[in-house]
Design a protein around this ligand. Structure first.
Ligand SMILES: Cc1cc2nc3c(=O)[nH]c(=O)nc-3n(C[C@H](O)[C@H](O)[C@H](O)COP(=O)(O)OP(=O)(O)OC[C@H]3O[C@@H](n4cnc5c(N)ncnc54)[C@H](O)[C@@H]3O)c2cc1C
Length: 473
């Protein structure tokens, strides 16, 4: 089959990997002018206007690591070969757990530490080794060629200059700003309404590099925390790089100044766990990048149990995107590409069955994560706008803060369930399973007998005062 993939981000490249290995001829069409650089250091400075999130921290979760290990070990090998690291989560097990004996399934608790551009660069290097893959850069798709039929069939793509390219199957992996639904509508296909919710956050990230010979200060905890008004995380990357990210409410103008490099570092220095990373002669290698307009959004090409189009799929952020705070996008994008590969393999000669199979796999595997993101965002929004909070959400929040989080430091059952959930290796509902939940509740019930944890950083009032920030400028 001649396949056209729109977009050379993580999902487009993952789909290309899956389908070219299955014997299909794949042409990737990427709008950004990104000629292939020699090294991952050069790729870090790629012009990626089409995917501005590459300038932000990326956690590469266990599900992604396991998909690579089990299906594309050559990608994992190359990534590690160019300086990425495998984060073995059992190496960071708290000393205070009631049982630190390793079990067989712990081998899956591995994440990857790499800059997002390094990951893309490696993926691109691997896919172009296949003579059945061609990558065209610097030219964006502007529409779809569609043949009328009982279910309309996509037969290719068109470009702004009036030219077009024919394919047997087209995959839109063109990210969160994808116009694919509009292209279908323009061609007369009726597209079901999308579900959309703004996350209400702004992201600020800056990348750093440590001098040769200085190791990243990777301790027994991953560095991430929530000060209530500001969330922070330190992400380690490849080749002695790391990045620091803050997320604040997009309506909280007091923190808009964090976009300024000096202010960004002043904030870092007030958060002890993050400040430690700067104390090792870390040199900034980027400015502070900010990004807003971050959405949870769900689309589908199936309406009333029927496909609306044949020979066309949307994958990755183009189909479903979630709040980046949970760090799930690359893993779910790669997972989607894998599921699409399976659907096409299962029904090689039946385009409608390919679409239906993929849509059902999405419902079963990916939608629970979308729903979990939406639910969790709603609950943290109600915490911020605490007026009129209901007792149930108050109780839920207390169980999370004073039950679940401390229980991940004392109960091996809870620690494992939490790590599996965070890494998309167990259903989001795993934390409600009786053996996990009873441990969480035991911890919660003893909350008044415990010495409270030291604060992770200053209160909002302290931060505003120390940095002399103007409230609501
Ligand atoms: C601030 C931020 C932080 C994030 N942090 C994490 C994280 O920690 N971990 C994680 O896993 N995920 C994270 N994500 C999510 C992750 O970046 C996305 O889920 C992932 O990039 C989706 O990949 P994609 O290939 O579907 O889309 P993209 O990576 O956006 O790629 C789409 C590609 O399509 C191209 N394109 C667009 N339109 C056209 C066109 N018309 N013709 C041709 N090409 C086109 C673009 O140039 C781009 O290269 C984060 C997202 C954001 C915004």
């Amino acid at each position: 089959m001649k396949v056209g993939v729109i977009g050379a981000g993580v999902t487009g490249l993952a789909a290309t990997l899956e389908l070219s290995k299955a014997g299909h001829h794949v042409t990737v069409i990427e709008r950004d002018k990104t000629p292939m650089p020699e090294t991952c250091e050069e790729a870090f400075f790629w012009d990626r206007r089409g995917a501005p999130q590459v300038r932000h921290s990326h956690a590469l979760l266990g599900r992604l690591h396991n998909l690579l290990r089990d299906n594309h070990s050559e990608v994992l090998k190359k990534l590690l070969g160019v300086g990425a690291t495998e984060i073995c989560l059992t190496d960071h097990m708290p000393d205070t757990l009631d049982d630190r004996t390793l079990i067989d399934e712990d081998k899956n608790l591995r994440m990857l530490a790499a800059r997002r551009t390094t990951f893309e660069w490696v993926l691109r290097n691997i896919v172009i080794e296949n003579p059945d893959v061609e990558i065209q850069t610097g030219n964006g798709v502007s529409g779809l060629l569609i043949e009328e039929s009982s279910i309309p069939k996509v037969t290719g793509v068109s470009f702004k200059d009036g030219t077009s390219q024919a394919f047997d199957c087209v995959i839109a992996a063109n990210g969160r700003r994808s116009m694919a639904p509009n292209w279908l509508t323009e061609a007369g296909v009726s597209v079901p309404a999308e579900e959309l919710e703004d996350t209400g956050i702004i992201y600020y990230s800056r990348f750093y590099k440590l001098p040769d010979g200085v190791d990243l200060p990777v301790g027994d905890r991953l560095v991430a925390g929530d000060l209530g008004y500001l969330k922070y995380g330190v992400f380690w990357g490849d080749n002695n790089t790391f990045s620091i990210t803050f997320a604040t409410s997009d309506t909280d103008k007091t923190f808009w100044g964090v976009r300024d490099s000096e202010m960004f570092e002043n904030v870092v220095r007030l958060i002890p766990a993050a400040a430690e990373w700067l104390d090792l002669e870390a040199k900034p290698i980027t400015e502070v990048h900010s990004m807003a307009g971050l959405l949870n959004r769900k689309r589908t090409l199936r309406d009333s149990n029927k496909m609306i189009v044949n020979g066309f799929h949307m994958v990755g952020d183009a189909l479903i995107c979630t709040n980046p705070l949970y760090g799930r996008g690359c893993a779910t994008g790669f997972w989607q590409a894998h599921l699409l590969g399976e659907a096409i393999r299962e029904h090689p000669n039946d385009l409608t069955s390919q679409g239906e199979h993929f849509a059902l796999s999405m419902e079963e595997n990916i939608l629970p994560w979308y729903n979990a993101s939406v639910e969790s965002d709603r609950s943290s929004r109600s915490a911020i706008n605490s007026d009129g909070q209901d007792e149930v959400s108050e109780m839920k929040r207390s169980i999370l803060k004073e039950g679940l989080i401390p229980a991940t430091r004392t109960s091996a059952t809870v620690w494992r369930a939490f790590m599996k959930m965070m890494n998309l290796l167990a259903d989001p509902k795993v934390l409600s399973e009786p053996e996990v939940f009873s441990e969480v509740m035991k911890t919660w019930e003893t909350r008044d007998q415990r010495v409270p944890d030291p604060p992770l950083g200053p209160s909002r009032e302290e931060m505003v005062e120390v940095l002399q920030l103007s409230e609501n400028v």
